[in-house]
Design a protein around this ligand. Sequence first.
Ligand code: SF4
Length: 179
Amino acid sequence: MERVTDSASPHRGQNKILVSACLMGYQVRYNGSEKAQLATALARWQRERRLVIFCPELAAGLPTPRPPAEIVAADGDKVLQARGQIIEITGRNVTAHYQLGAWLALRAARENGCIAALLTDGSPTCGSRFIYNGSFSGQRRSGAGVAAALLRQHGIAVFADQQIAELTAWMEQRDENSM
Ligand code: SF4
């Protein structure tokens, strides 16, 4: 699987949300697991076909499972400016793969009319409030991963998986404004 979308919509014109595939139960994380805790919370939007379910790392051709990777002493914005690197725990430089995944996520969001994204925090791709610091020792730092940073740069509101209530309120406001 390279890309998972659920975007064919009978509700054309409705605001849509790009969602990390692992949050919807797809086993696409580096260790082959998922983080399915949000599938129930997002069920209404999924019924309305307003979710675009996407994994940037898979879309960029990375396999599952794959070695864990971290942004080294930088954040997603710096990686996009070629001022930071993403390295696997093996030492392999995978910066280009992750940059590609970010651009593919942006393309998917734009093509499907997403105004917001709900992404898995902590990931070097999808993290939006924190990432890991590149030492592979579990140490967090504030900052975003490459896809979250790129989406924000292009005007898409990014929410972390712990911010479902904030996203819901934000979307209700946007839906009211666009009626
Ligand atoms: S956090 Fe993002 S890149 Fe990582 S498995 Fe989930 S959707 Fe894919």
